[in-house]
Design a protein around this ligand. Structure first.
Ligand SMILES: Cc1cc2nc3c(=O)[nH]c(=O)nc-3n(C[C@H](O)[C@H](O)[C@H](O)COP(=O)(O)O)c2cc1C
Length: 243
């Protein structure tokens, strides 16, 4: 069996999609050539026009999926305005995707500070110097800003800029497993998590379709047999529907 085939432990049998996400991310860390935590982040503007770009997932747990950015950027402004977003991970080597959507909120200052401290010095300076999403006056203007902030924070800690922080896309635990099992009738809620493996999903969809057809056929056959018996006919005798 190939590594990306689902087994009996797949999402349709899981009550806990977060554990499965964690396993898949670990597998992706081993198999992807770079950025296994890269995720497409979709937001909408005030007119409902969608926007999508890549970000890096920096943490996840039952409270949600966290990434960091400049809050003055387009994505920052759209999330602050609409308070919702969607994510899509795609791990080509595993032929899997994970889709998430739900309400978004800012992480706490403590969380953002703690993460900011872990960033390389250049990235921390960059957070001050970069005007994400806004047009660059010139390359020189950016280099000048980098030089200025490098000089300003030459000694000591580099504080986190107020406009740089993290967002958490919230996924309710119940709705996560609920969405995964929605095909068998469980409820959906505003936040949802959809996990899929192309190979596994195709097999399962085909399997489900056959099961439906088999069920319909056998119920049809049963009705026919009952009718035959009622009419005192044998199975091979033609069934006269008009009688
Ligand atoms: C692989 C990859 C990872 C990225 N990660 C982030 C990130 O974590 N945070 C971020 O603000 N921008 C990240 N970017 C840059 C964004 O995709 C985007 O260009 C930038 O944030 C401006 O987006 P916006 O104008 O829609 O706000 C990443 C780009 C790539 C290609």
């Amino acid at each position: 069996m190939s590594a990306n085939e689902l087994t009996s432990g797949d999402f349709t049998e899981r009550n806990e999609p977060f554990d499965l996400f964690s396993e898949w991310l670990k597998e992706a860390e081993a198999s992807e050539i770079n950025d296994p935590n890269a995720v497409a982040l979709a937001t909408v503007d005030e007119d409902g026009l969608p926007n999508v770009r890549m970000v890096l997932l920096k943490g996840f747990d039952h409270d949600g999926f966290v990434f960091y950015t400049n809050f003055e950027s387009q994505k920052g402004q759209e999330i602050l305005g609409q308070k919702k977003a969607a994510m899509c991970f795609h791990w080509k080597t595993l032929r899997r995707q994970v889709r998430l959507r739900g309400p978004v909120e800012a992480v706490t200052d403590e969380e953002a500070d703690a993460y900011f401290k872990t960033r390389a010095r250049g990235s921390r300076i960059g957070a001050w110097a970069s005007k994400q999403s806004r047009p660059l006056e010139s390359r020189f203007a950016l280099e000048k800003a980098v030089a200025e902030y490098t000089a300003r924070y030459a000694i000591g800690e580099i504080p986190r800029p107020a406009h740089w922080s993290g967002f958490r896309l919230r996924i309710g635990r119940a709705s996560g497993s609920g969405r995964c099992r929605s095909s068998s009738g469980r409820t959906r809620s505003s936040a949802c998590m959809i996990v899929s493996s192309f190979a596994g999903l195709r097999r399962k969809a085909i399997g489900r379709r056959f099961a439906c057809i088999r069920e319909a056929l056998s119920s049809c056959l049963e009705q026919t047999e009952t009718e035959y018996r009622r009419q005192g006919r044998t199975r091979t005798a033609p069934f006269d529907r008009d009688r």
